[in-house]
Design a protein around this ligand. Structure first.
Ligand code: FAD
Length: 310
């Protein structure tokens, strides 16, 4: 059994593993796919102090850094269930999908999140070639170009406002007959000169020239007509889904399924901490996930040293 068992091997989990191992306590990290979302990213230009890197390179560096320490890395292991300790200071059990189970006196949950996809032809093919999911990450790559934002909820409208200050033109496309974002955001959006809003529109295809996005097609849901828009980028903002389905019976989750944590990263279960995109932390970014993973590991250590000697 581990003193600190981390579930999830993205930036949050890697940071937690390094901080825990540096305390000289038995640390393990189990991940379905070590590296996490970073593996699906190309250019990263906001990893502070590194002006430019690429996802697969950063993922390899995460793993290399973790392996500098005495950490048991268990890759390709998917957690299916959490059984909390019966008493304070006891072991929490993580049951894996393959039936095996791992135990930790403290746990750090860092299973991340995934962007909901449109599921239309061209979306996968042009991912990172014009199809983007994160305006904070990729907005500046479209400076002076034309983009669409798919989704008229808060995140879509925030993205459109953000992008309107960087790109030449933004078309916001919403499936419903009206936007769902807060009124104050909608007012702000309506005041911007380079934004066009199209409602009752179903995106049907991402168009490209084989190398990059050149446009998108949508269907007008009122008239059934098909339309094409020429543009260089498409930001899909129809939801970020936390990978927490396996925790719903054991840990308090927010209505969006995010693990509820306090400022120290502690969850509703004593001895169970969480960090990164799977939590209620505001803003989902690499540097934020790393900071949160470090916080969770230090909190786990604080918890361990306060347990009565057994
Ligand atoms: P993740 O990176 O999602 O890692 C989660 C880990 O948990 C993975 O190892 C996963 O396999 C594992 N896991 C999930 N479920 C289970 C389970 N049941 N059992 C075991 N393991 C599990 N951020 C930036 O700061 N800059 C950027 O330029 C940037 N660009 C991005 C581009 C794209 C295309 C995407 C998708 C994201 C981008 N992000 C960027 C966001 C950034 O990648 C995330 O904020 C960050 O990776 C979150 O780290 P995390 O450790 O919380 O989660």
């Amino acid at each position: 059994p581990f003193e600190v068992l981390i579930v999830g091997g993205g930036p949050a989990g890697a940071a937690a593993a390094i901080y825990a191992a540096r305390k000289g306590i038995r640390t393990g990290i189990a991940a379905e796919r070590f590296g996490g979302q970073v593996l699906d990213t190309m250019a990263i230009e906001n990893f502070i102090s590194v002006p430019h890197t690429e996802g697969p390179k950063l993922a390899a560096h995460l793993e290399q850094h973790v392996k500098e320490y005495d950490v048991e890395v268990m890759n390709l292991q998917k957690a299916a269930k959490l059984i909390p300790a019966k008493s304070e200071g006891g072991y929490h059990e993580v049951v894996l999908e393959n039936g095996a189970s791992l135990k930790g006196r403290t746990l750090i949950l860092s299973t991340g999140a995934r962007w909901r996809q449109m599921g239309v032809p061209g979306e996968d093919e042009y991912r990172n070639k014009g199809v983007a999911y994160c305006p904070h990450c990729d907005g500046p790559l479209f400076k002076g170009k034309r983009v669409a934002v798919i989704g008229g909820g808060n995140s879509g409208v925030e993205a459109a406002i953000d992008l309107a200050g960087i790109v030449a033109h933004v078309t916001l496309i919403e499936f419903d007959s009206q936007l769902r974002a807060d009124a104050v955001l909608q007012r702000k959006l309506a005041s911007l000169p380079n934004v066009k809003i199209i409602t009752s529109a179903l995106t049907t295809q991402v168009q490209g020239d084989g190398n990059k996005v050149t446009g998108l097609s949508y269907k007008d849901r009122n008239h059934g007509t098909e339309h094409d828009i020429e543009l260089e980028g498409i930001f899909v903002q129809i939801g970020l889904v936390p990978n927490t389905e396996w925790l719903k019976d054991s840990i308090a989750l927010s209505p969006r399924g995010e693990i509820e944590i306090d400022a120290r990263g502690e969850t509703s279960q004593p001895g169970v901490f969480a960090a990164g995109d799977c939590t209620t932390v505001p803003y989902k970014q690499i540097v934020i996930a790393m900071g949160a993973g470090s916080t969770a590991a230090l909190s786990a250590f604080d918890y361990l040293i306060r347990l009565p000697a057994s």
